[in-house]
Design a protein. Sequence first.
Lengths: 149, 304
Amino acid sequence: MTTVRNAASCAVSCLVLTAALAYSQSPIERAPARSVAVTNPLERNEQARLAGAKLYARECAACHGSAGQGLGKAPPLSRSAVSEAAPGVLFWVLRNGSLARGMPSFAYLPEPERWQIVTFLRALGSGTIPANQNADSSESTPRSPLNQK
Amino acid sequence: MIIRQCKQAAKSLRRSHLLIAAVWSCISCCWAGEGPFVVTYTHQMEEPGNLEIATKDVTGQPGEGNRFVGAATEFEYGVKGWWTSEWYLDGQATSGDSALFTGYRWENRFRLLSREHWINPVLYVEFENINGADKSLLEIVGHDGKDDLIDPNVEARREKQREIEAKLILSSYFRGWTIAENFIAEKNVRHEPYEFGYAAGISRPLALVARPDRCNVCPENFQLGMEVYGGLGTHATFGLHDTSHYVAPTVAWTLANGTSFRVSPGFGLTGSSARFLLRFGVSYEIAQFGRATRRLFRNSGGRP
């Protein structure tokens, strides 16, 4: 009986530990290794980056800020961890989200649109976007106090 | 004393009006791109903190009955990434009869798996407190049919329908296509047998690639789809006999500012079905409504 109880408590502890570990990792860190090998078919495509900026303003800016600076619990996206992440990893994060951290899945967007966002995100963090061409310039989301830190 | 109380009441009223005005000035819209489905649910959840306000209306003329418009106003809030809660207020107007409020519904959807899979299950639980005159037709279950829609409002409204409804939502995204199936079980908490129903749909945007410029009339903003839905009888009379079924093409158009329009003409497939139902609706999503509200209350002295 004691053995069963010990095994059960061990299993519960493992489960809690795994959950805590999963929560402590960022979605980028949780992406499976195979996603690194997936390439972006729209990499360095200027039209894709502009479309990605429009989609970013529509889908992401309310939480992450219009310039990717991060708002509240949503982390900044204009940082090297994002721009240096493999495109496949960012694509995996967009597809799966991180429900425990409040990031929804964007799997409902067609794959090409998700790649367009990835193209924009990598440019956003690497500083290759001119100051007047970030997500604000598409004007898809009206400016509001929510979009300002 | 009374004058002072009146002044205080007026002051608090003014303050609450200012708060409401401030909330509305702080909110911004976002894309309410839930696809074209009107009856079928997918596993897409509301984003945490976002509030979507939508109308789901239906009009039809059942057999010898009068033409009616059933209206449901929906407030959908993303509580968590895996939990969406919705509040519906229902009403209807029948030509040559009357217009009335028919009740409310409170539904909750829980996403069961945290990651995307080939098939993604969502559990849906709803409590309905409506009366028999309700004609919003948000789902078809049991032996629901056109005969339920022809009773005069004064008689139909006497029937109380306090029901618990559960749905298993299964849906997938595949190469731009959205495919969803819903299995419905409903039980009146007072009496009546368990009733069953189904809904299924498939949809696709007209374009899978977004254009770089902001546009209203461009292919990526349109989604076309097809829904089928109907009743499956009760636990005692399970099957297709004496049940109604509909097939309904659907189209959704989302403007660049996030406002979304849906239209779905539904065609009855059986003798019990209404011959034609036209469903239409508008939705608008307010981004981070929860955060804006919390911030306002914090700034107004609710919390130091």
